[in-house]
Design a protein around this ligand. Structure first.
Ligand SMILES: [Zn+2]
Length: 287
């Protein structure tokens, strides 16, 4: 069923839970995520990468996700992730996204605020906006690990969110959610992830807005369960989902090729890989 992303997150936080958000590059993944959410009786967020939303077929995928969300038995929101281009934001919303991350985190502070305000003017009051303060290292769509060439190795932490800027940023942007950089990265972590709970705590006392943790892949479950207590109401997953799907496909491919080019059977394994990751994640974040 359709839901406002901020309402979904706020009501989860009231139960000391957080809502997982999963990047969907394709419809098979989205089907499995929504089925897992229905089975758990919990709401979920489908994320669309900006590269997806920048293509005509990607916009059709957003339309399909919209239909899937509306038909679901649990609340499902469709969000455009990490958008810097206003045209892409506008196209994604027209195609069916009900929320966007207007991401000016790599811009100077005032330009970051200006981007969120421009997105609000363009998209109107009904589209839920997430804004991001503090630089998040890494590539959202591709992940590199330590055993790869040095220039492609896992990412180090970039700039942490400056908690002294939080109140000003939140009041001036008017965003409904705030993505923070507290030692989280996109892709694979260099060594053990070290979440800065002290910084998160410092941010949480300065704003009532629900906080968003990106790059949660690789953060241990025993750390993630603590997030909702710090007002983190949305947690984004991408890399871990891809790792699971690709490992499953690699393992299953030969048998399914020799089994009469059985693509349908292979898709069943894809579905199972996503479904079990989504179920585990929903259980981890839910109280
Ligand atoms: Zn992200």
């Amino acid at each position: 069923m359709r839901t406002r992303l901020d309402h979904l997150v706020t009501s989860a936080l009231q139960q000391r839970s957080a809502v997982p958000a999963f990047t969907c590059y394709d419809f098979t993944t989205a089907l499995a995520v929504v089925a897992a959410a229905e089975e758990a009786g919990r709401g979920v967020i489908l994320l669309v990468a900006p590269k997806t939303a920048a293509t005509p077929n990607g916009l059709r995928l957003i339309g399909a996700l919209r239909g899937l969300a509306d038909a679901a038995a649990v609340p499902v929101a469709v969000q455009l992730d990490h958008a810097t281009d206003l045209q892409v934001m506008s196209d994604a919303v027209t195609a069916g996204a009900d929320s966007a991350l207007a991401d000016g985190s790599s811009l100077p502070y005032e330009d970051n605020i200006a981007l969120v305000l421009a997105a609000r003017r363009l998209l109107g009051p009904d589209v839920v906006l997430e804004a991001e303060l503090g630089g998040l290292a890494g590539d959202e769509d591709r992940a590199f690990s330590a055993d790869q060439p040095a220039d492609q190795a896992g990412v180090s932490v970039a700039g942490l969110t400056d908690s002294a800027q939080v109140e000003d940023f939140v009041s001036r942007t008017g965003a409904e959610l705030l993505a923070v950089a507290v030692g989280n990265v996109h892709g694979k972590y260099k060594g053990e992830p070290q979440l800065r709970w002290d910084v998160l705590q410092d941010i949480a006392v300065r704003t009532h807005l629900p906080l968003v943790l990106h790059g949660a892949s690789g953060i241990p479950a025993e750390e993630l369960v603590k997030a909702a207590a710090m007002n983190v109401g949305k947690v984004n997953f991408n890399t871990e989902l891809r790792t699971g799907v690709l490992a499953t496909l690699q393992e299953q491919l030969p048998a399914h090729r020799s089994d009469g080019e059985n693509l349908q059977g292979l898709l069943g394994h894809w579905n199972q890989s996503v479904g079990s990751f989504a179920s585990t994640t929903l259980a981890t974040l839910t109280r």
